[in-house]
Design a protein around this ligand. Structure first.
Ligand code: ADP
Ligand code: ZN
Length: 433
């Protein structure tokens, strides 16, 4: 189902002229209300009037996470505090948290975009949505909550943690959809099994999963264990929160970017050069309707690719490929670039391994080392040592063949690696530079 038929299916030319109009407005507004933008635009020698076409966007300087930190906490707000009705902060995965604000209209827009996401997942007012994203400063919980209410669905405001209770509620209330991180979906599946519950017989039809990178094989694992469709949702607090883009049930490949509210570009992360659609690079977003905290050309550090082919669902928005990782997540092991999600894909393709792994990066002398710790399944673990050695060899070989990296491997007993309630932290980097 399409929540906002009119806007989600606008012909491209109409959509693009709407984008241009909104872009011109936002650039005018930030130039006149936010000191940071006025300074950087003056330095770059561009004026808001120079934006005559969408292509002119690239004349404007980027905004980075560092700029947000330098203006901590409210320096980039474009409205007086009396118009701000909500504050959130990023989870601070990579350093000091960044603060974002919303006007009443911003909360309204966000709610609609999340409602669009739920509708894209096939949900409507008859559904019960179990929301296990964390409530609080993190945008996940409240973002999904308001969207579910906007759709008219019944929302269970579970928040994260307290896994046993979550499972109880999943059984008793019979939600048809769940929102959480993909790693938490697995944690729930596993904890349920341990409690002797058949997790495939719950009423869940669909999972709206995001907030961290995950692989296609992980999707299958979740779908099998919880007997539901697992869809990918993307967002970041700086740009809005969850609901910047979302997969649809029809396409199930790539997330539709809500382009009537955001302009997306991909750039070469090293040179800043704008890449043609289809090429893999860093995502850059411009918000074109936000009031309290507009962001122009924000470098997300998330690596993805834009898909322009039309989708069979009828939405005219471009899609973005699942995020393979953050550019600052990328591991450089003896000069080879590798993302944790690539290692995950290799591991998941090997029989007998569980979707729980950890990557330990260290430096011995001048050499980087990578150790992959991964859990093996119960029946394999009790198997003879020869079988285990075979798996270990296979992992080393596949990682070398597919990714070009030499790794040490440590097979772990089932259920011994850390489990996560929110975003998984799979990399332990012990290198000190
Ligand atoms: P923080 O940067 O502190 O983690 P957020 O909680 O706003 O702040 O997280 C946003 C980030 O989460 C995104 O920039 C991206 O790296 C990651 N993310 C969100 N959704 C997805 C997704 N579906 N796939 C991959 N990564 C995602
Ligand atoms: Zn679609």
């Amino acid at each position: 189902m399409i929540f906002n038929e009119e806007f989600e299916t606008l012909p491209r030319e109409v959509l693009e002229s709407l984008q241009l109009k909104r872009l011109q407005q936002v650039v005018q507004r930030v130039y006149h209300t936010v000191g940071f933008y006025r300074r950087t635009y003056d330095e770059a020698g561009v004026k808001p009037e120079d934006i005559k076409s969408l292509a002119d966007l690239r004349r404007l300087p980027f905004t980075t996470k560092q700029d947000l930190r330098d203006n901590y906490p409210f320096g980039l707000f474009a409205v007086p505090m009396s118009n701000v009705v909500r504050l959130h902060a990023s989870s601070g995965t990579t350093g000091r948290a960044t603060v974002v604000g919303y006007t009443k209209r911003d909360v309204d827009t966000w709610s609609e975009l999340m409602a669009r996401c739920f509708a894209a997942a096939g949900l409507n007012k008859n559904d019960i949505i179990h929301n296990a994203y964390g409530y609080g400063l993190f945008t996940g919980g409240l973002g999904a909550h308001y969207g579910a209410e906007r759709l008219g669905a019944s929302v269970i405001p579970m928040s994260g943690g307290n896994t046993k209770r979550q499972i109880q509620i999943l059984q008793d209330f019979g939600p048809t959809a769940i929102c959480c991180t993909p790693s938490y979906a697995l944690t729930l599946a596993e904890a349920g099994e341990e409690m002797g519950i058949d997790m495939s017989s719950l009423k869940l039809r669909v999972g709206i999963l995001g907030a961290e990178p995950w692989s296609e094989t992980m999707r299958q694992e979740i779908e099998n264990k919880l007997n539901m469709m697992a869809l990918n949702i993307y967002g970041l607090s700086e740009v809005m929160g969850p609901g910047v883009s979302m997969e649809c049930t029809e396409g199930r490949h790539g997330m539709h970017v809500f382009e009537d509210h955001f302009i997306v570009e991909t750039i070469n992360p090293d040179t800043g050069e704008v890449l043609p659609p289809g090429e893999t690079g860093e995502l850059v977003f411009t918000t074109i309707t936000k009031e309290a905290f507009p962001l122009v050309r924000y470098r997300t550090r998330d690596i993805s690719r834009i898909i322009t082919e039309p989708c069979r669902c009828g939405r005219t928005y471009v899609r973005m490929e699942r995020v393979s990782g953050r550019s600052d997540d990328m591991l450089i092991i003896r000069g080879v670039n590798v993302f944790p999600s690539q290692i995950e894909s290799v591991l998941m393709a090997i029989e007998g391994l569980e979707p729980h792994y950890q990557l330990i990066v260290d430096r011995v002398g001048t050499l980087d080392t990578l150790e992959i710790r991964v859990e093996v399944s119960e029946n394999i673990f009790s198997d003879e040592i020869k079988g285990l050695q075979g798996i270990e060899r296979r992992i080393k070989k596949d990682v070398k063949d597919y990714l070009g990296v030499t790794a040490g491997v440590k097979l772990c007993e089932p259920k011994t690696l850390q489990r996560f309630e929110g975003k998984a932290q799979r990399v332990i980097d012990k290198r000190t530079i």
